[in-house]
Structures are given as C-alpha cells and as structure tokens.
Design a protein around this ligand. Structure first.
Ligand SMILES: Nc1nc2c(ncn2[C@@H]2O[C@H](COP(=O)(O)OP(=O)(O)OP(=O)(O)O)[C@@H](O)[C@H]2O)c(=O)[nH]1
Ligand SMILES: [Mg+2]
Length: 213
C-alpha cells in the first residue's frame, strides 16, 4: 500500500505542504544482488547509517507515517537493499545498517559486497543521507563511510536521529553543533521519526535533488 508523504498541520502555508500531499512512496523491490536493482535510471536518494540508527523508521515517517519499510528494535532488521518509488519520478533506497557486530561474518561480508556495489557503481545515486544517532554522534564506522563518500565524490547530507530522546531544544542544538563541527560545509538536520521533527527540512533537501535533474 503506498504511503502519502505528509507533514504539517491543516492550514499551514506553503508549497511544501501541497507537495507533500501529492507525493506517493511505494515499495518497489528488495534486492540482494546488483542484478536485482531497478533497471530504469531515476534519481535515487539512499539512507545510510549504523544498524538501529533509524533509517527505515525515518523512511516511514517521510511516507506519511505508513509502514512501507520494516523496522525493529533488534539491530540488523534490514538485510536487503529496498527500493521505494517516489511519485514515479525518483526513488528512496533503504540500505542495511553497518556496525552490527553480532551479525555472522558471512552475512556481514555479503552485505558489504552488495552495499559497496551499490554505492560505488550506481550511476543514478544522487544523494546519500547519512544518519547518526544524536546521542552518540560520529563513530569510527560513520567516519569511515564519510571518508569513503568524500573520496568517491558522492553528495551527502547528515541527519541526526532520535531528537525526541534529547532533554529539550538546548541539548538537541548542542549535539547538532558537535556533529556539524566535523562537517562544517555540510547540511546537518536534526530529526525524530517519532515526532516528525526535521521531516520538512529533509523533504526540502530531497526536493532540491529531484528538481535539479
Ligand atoms: N525514540 C525514537 N526511536 C526511534 C526513532 N527512529 C527509530 N527509532 C527506533 O529505533 C529502532 C531501530 O529503528 P529502525 O528504523 O529499524 O533502524 P534501522 O536503521 O533501519 O536499522 P537496521 O535495519 O537494523 O539497519 C526501532 O526500535 C525504532 O522504533 C526516533 O526518531 N525516536
Ligand atoms: Mg532498517
């Protein structure tokens, strides 16, 4: 069932709200190898981050709180690359998380293989959304990913998740500044899949990519 991407309260002004009312997010395919990636080239926006950081939950929130992607409190929930159609014009891509130490070695190696294949060779990948748990900030595996993206000239922005777990606005600001200090030239957006905080800003960033083609 497609999710209608929505945010904001009735009566809120602005084109973004109108845009949200017409954007459809619909599951397309779960891929475990490059051969299964959708063939038709459309701009793709990928969600990257450690296991359990909240990639799939954020995608559901973007889809107007519909359960288009599976989520779990157990790390390692997403084990395929999941493609979602965005209004027939672009795609959202939910990737398995990294840094899940308990996953068997063979599984970790196979994930690394096809994630690498996707990130390295996918020509229609336009934007990587790198998620960090706001409580933890940058961890070594996140830094490795960041360096890899920079080296490979992949465009990315940083999203700090689970803002609702902070003690108020002051702590959110403090954590975001700490995260931003390592990427001063990048956009950093604080979000909560639970409350919807930051979803509008994230849609704006995605919209820019979709319309810059
Ligand atoms: N409080 C709170 N919990 C969240 C938020 N986002 C995700 N969670 C919880 O964090 C856990 C992991 O969420 P997922 O969305 O499955 O995480 P993921 O990054 O997709 O994980 P993998 O698929 O294992 O890589 C779940 O228990 C979610 O309910 C948030 O914004 N606030
Ligand atoms: Mg997931």
């Amino acid at each position: 069932m497609p999710g209608v991407a929505g945010f904001g309260r009735p009566g809120e002004p602005g084109g973004l709200r109108a845009m949200a009312a017409v954007m459809q997010v619909e599951f397309l395919i779960s891929a475990t190898s490059a051969a299964q990636f959708p063939a038709e080239p459309k701009p793709e926006i990928a969600f990257l981050g450690r296991s359990n950081v909240g990639k799939s939950s954020l995608l559901n929130r973007l889809a107007g709180n519909q359960k288009v992607a599976f989520t779990s409190s157990r790390p390692g929930c997403t084990q395929q690359i999941n493609f979602f159609d965005l209004d027939g014009k672009s795609r959202l891509v939910d990737l398995p998380g990294y840094g899940y130490a308990k996953a068997p070695e063979a599984i970790r190696r196979s994930w690394a293989g096809f994630i690498n294949e996707y990130l390295q060779h996918r020509e229609c990948l336009r934007l990587c959304i790198c998620l960090l748990d706001m409580r933890r900030g940058w961890m070594d595996s996140d830094r490795q990913l960041r360096e890899w993206l920079e080296f490979n000239h992949r465009d990315f922005l940083v999203v700090a998740t689970k803002a609702d777990k902070m003690r108020g606005v002051g702590q959110v600001k403090q954590q975001v500044e700490k995260i931003r200090s390592e990427v001063p030239k990048r956009e950093v957006i604080a979000v909560s899949a639970q409350t919807g905080q930051g979803v509008k800003e994230l849609w704006q960033a995605i919209w820019k990519i979709r319309t810059s083609q």
